[in-house]
Design a protein around this ligand. Structure first.
Ligand SMILES: NC(=O)C1=CN([C@@H]2O[C@H](COP(=O)(O)OP(=O)(O)OC[C@H]3O[C@@H](n4cnc5c(N)ncnc54)[C@H](O)[C@@H]3O)[C@@H](O)[C@H]2O)[C@H](O)CC1
Ligand SMILES: [K+]
Length: 518
């Protein structure tokens, strides 16, 4: 599913008319019908359309036009519709126009009795700050929503006043329960503060030919897309079929990371997991991770070339290598990483394990000048905003604002990596600038060890032959899906998840993609 900017959306509309004769009237009619269908589909099981009291706030442009088409569909199905035309200051209650002198009073009544209020005031055409009387209208709706939690607010295309490119909002904008966006999600939905105003996101089909969208470079990750990326599991297979993962992770203060990453690689289906660890650490892993195999490395005070060689000597036949989680940042460890990278660069593409670098792997690299020139082709790196800041030599990187997007795009191209920039809506960019953004986020994931799980999942997909950008994309989507499953199955809210709770839910999240709604 493509994500668009305002100008990309306008261009799609223009080309639809020019190349396919799809005039804006046709598109609006499709938009209104599709919004009505999605609205009705999501009413169940709590509400039914017959007798439902729905107040539409209608703006002066095509967004208002979409609202009017939607309203007429709902009315035909038995909903009780009132329309408030903001610009004309006109109120129509179930087909009857109110006289001008009673509009305010009746509007107040309509707001108080509505089951649903639909925001069809402004969409992508908003060009200036909201006028005071529109802000006042939205404030009345917001107050009513605060008073009555069962009042539902639904935006058509986008919440009025939200900047669809940047996610900035007008002071008058209000948070919706649902946004039914038309044709494509808008870029601004994925960045704060806008992200908090969208509510549940639904995407209505307005009948744009798929060919029109072929130029678009930015996608929203969806379950249906991830389902197609998952590796096949033929019956005629053995553990060799699904690839081996080597992990250079974990050190004395952070032993859990190798366990979490390795288990996660196995949970997405990799055939064999090997932890490269020192003998001192072996007993810890052997007792907690029965399925792992081990490569024994010299202790951390040994010469770096001996440590690197012990790993390099065992790498043959591995399809994926994960470097970083819990590894520590001693200069000796940095030298080990450099020697391993040098070895990987010397291998031909066909035999080189795919590389993922996370956490301390990145922190070690960021201490070096032009570190990206040391990476083998098609490396996946997975910084959180702090690590990204260090990789960019001190740039402040936001966890959720729009500047992240441009930075991620610029750096993925400059560094020629598959960049996964973590955040509330994680961004992925490949070396050519192709971009994918994860809509789903889960605040319960903001806890130690969940990054190790993500890095492990990517490595597990790489071992099974999934291409690096796709492996990272699938892992990001499934990581939040697994967190949502933890929330549901353990009945926990936004806090209290342990990274290890994700592990048994990862395979379930894979299965669930087969039934994903989008
Ligand atoms: N792009 C498509 O393919 C389709 C879009 N559809 C819908 O149309 C809107 C965009 O419509 P547009 O008429 O361009 O813009 P708006 O309805 O958002 O508003 C324009 C209207 O409002 C006035 N205006 C602008 N800013 C303000 C302001 N701050 N205060 C008051 N008034 C303002 C402006 O002068 C115009 O009169 C899109 O979001 C979709 O909902 C269709 O669905 C078809 C396909
Ligand atoms: K709107």
């Amino acid at each position: 599913m493509h994500i668009v900017t305002i100008s990309e959306m306008k261009e799609l509309e223009t080309r639809a008319d020019k190349e396919y004769g799809l005039t804006s009237e046709i598109l609006m009619s499709n938009a209104g019908r599709s919004a009505a269908e999605l609205f009705e589909a999501n009413l169940l099981p709590t509400h039914k359309l017959k007798g439902l009291k729905v107040l539409f706030l209608i703006g002066p442009g095509n967004n208002g036009g979409d609202g009017l088409v939607m309203a007429s569909h709902l009315e035909k199905e038995g909903a009780l519709i009132s329309l408030y035309y903001w610009k004309e200051h006109k109120l129509v209650v179930q087909g009857t126009r109110r006289p001008d002198e009673v509009v305010d009073e009746t509007l107040a009544e309509q707001i108080q009795r509505a089951d649903y209020i639909i925001d069809a005031l402004l969409g992508t055409g908003r060009s200036r700050p909201l006028p005071d009387d529109m802000r006042a209208l939205l404030a009345r709706v917001k107050d009513e929503r605060a008073r009555r939690a069962d009042l539902r607010l639904v935006a058509i295309d986008l919440p009025t006043g939200l900047n669809a490119d940047t996610g900035e909002v007008d002071p008058g904008s209000i948070a919706m329960d649902t946004t039914i966006t038309l044709a494509c999600p808008k870029q601004g939905f994925f960045f704060f503060p806008g992200r908090d105003y969208i509510g549940d996101l639904e995407v209505g089909d307005i009948g744009l030919p798929a060919a029109l969208e072929s130029q678009l470079q930015t996608d929203m990750l969806t379950g249906q897309q991830v389902h197609k990326l998952l590796p096949e599991r033929p019956l005629n297979s053995n553990k060799g079929t699904f690839g081996k993962v080597m992990l250079l992770c974990g050190s004395l203060p952070y032993p859990g990371s190798a366990y979490l990453a390795g288990s996660s690689a196995a949970r997405v289906g990799a055939g064999l997991i090997t932890l490269a660890v020192t003998e001192k650490m072996l007993s810890f892993y052997a007792s907690s991770f029965h399925e792992a195999t081990f490569t024994i490395l010299p202790e951390e005070n040994a010469e770096s070339y001996e440590r690197a060689k012990a790993l390099i000597d065992k790498l043959e036949g591995y399809k994926a290598l994960l470097i970083g989680p819990g590894l520590g940042q001693s200069s000796n460890t940095r030298e080990v990483i450099l020697q391993v990278l040098e070895h990987l660069r010397s291998l031909p593409d066909e035999t080189r394990p795919h590389l993922v670098i996370d956490a301390d792997g990145l922190n070690n690299l960021s201490a070096l000048e032009r570190w990206w020139t040391l990476l083998p082709k098609d490396t996946v790196i997975t910084p959180h905003p702090g690590e990204m800041g260090r990789l960019c030599k001190g740039v402040k990187v936001s966890g959720g604002n729009i500047e992240r997007l441009e930075l991620a795009r610029t750096k993925a191209r400059e560094w020629q990596v598959n960049l996964l920039l973590k955040g509330s809506c994680t961004i992925l960019v490949d070396p050519e600038g192709r971009t994918r953004i994860n809509w789903w986020g889960n605040p319960a994931l903001a806890t130690a060890g969940t990054g190790d799980v993500l890095a492990g999942m990517i490595s597990g997909f790489l071992a099974q032959g999934v291409q690096p950008f796709d492996a990272a994309s699938a892992a990001v989507y499934l990581h939040t899906a697994a967190a949502d499953l933890v929330n549901q199955n353990m009945h926990i809210g936004r806090a209290g998840l342990l990274a290890s709770d994700l592990l048994p839910n990862i395979p379930i999240s894979l299965v669930d993609t087969a039934h994903a709604k989008m």
